[in-house]
Design a protein around this ligand. Sequence first.
Ligand SMILES: *Cc1c(COP(=O)(O)O)cnc(C)c1O
Length: 329
Amino acid sequence: MRIPKFPKVNLGFFPTPLTELKRLSAYLGGPRIFIKRDDQTGLATGGNKTRKLEYLIGEAISLDCDSVVTGGAPQSNHCRQTVAAANVYGLNCCLQLGGHYTETLEGNVLLDNLLGACIHWDPQHRRAEGLQTIANNLAKRGSKPYVIPYGGSNAVGALGYVSAVGEIQKQLKSLGQNISHIIFASSSGGTQAGLTIGKIVYGLDAEIVGIEIDKSSPGEKPLREKILTCANDLARKLKLKRGIEMSNLSFENGYLGGGYGVVGDLESSAIRLLAEKEGILLDPVYTGRAFGAMLDLIKRGRFTKNDTLLFIHTGGTPALFPYSKDLLK
Ligand SMILES: *Cc1c(COP(=O)(O)O)cnc(C)c1O
């Protein structure tokens, strides 16, 4: 299928590696597990937002914007990659971070500072709810800001994970390998929307399984609805004949643990296991939880020994440092 062209810039080193976790699989007694290293995109310590930002920054530049505005939690990997991406193309970057200045100068917030972001601290807004106000203020001062939503999750950003499916398919082909499931941490939904539409575009025969890592707040749309909306916006953008339905989305939502960013046994033992068996570092908020969920789902038989799994490592390792106390408990 021909994909229409959209404005895009280069921000990462692609393709990211795709390797097999042989020692881990042997330890578990199966199934075979592969890992896609999107933690290695290279943009100021990397992560899944790099793929989205290639299209988002591309659009910002095509609209002649001179600054970008986005937001998230203080340890947002999305915010850190956005500042770096803005710097690569000479744009200013304002972040709204949902916390206090005194909270932490470690991990991603440290990197945001080093990268020179202008930071608006706002403890009331962890999910980038006040971005338009910041953008309006910038516009009043003669700037032309481009607003990037929470997690970079709209149809433009999700294009990055449509092309990721093409990249994965090529790598699997050269390995002569099929997979049955793609598993990853799902939070603002753009990654899952992109992968789900990418599966259709590239005819990939694998189930796309998002592990929900963050509960929606009261009154907010549930994640599955956000993903459905984003995926169907994306389908229209790509001029696909049909969109998708809720029944086309797969989720696991039994792994919310103690809430967003709370590290429990599931997360810390998954982080230690992968580190000890394969020398690969997961993160405490997203991939530690998703990987722990995958291991539990193997135990419960949701994934069987005959399946072949692909886990997408979506990044987040800078957050290991501010969570050291929880991880060493
Ligand atoms: C943002 C993020 C995710 C979730 O991706 P979404 O597209 O927001 O669902 C997963 N892992 C890490 C490390 C992230 O930073």
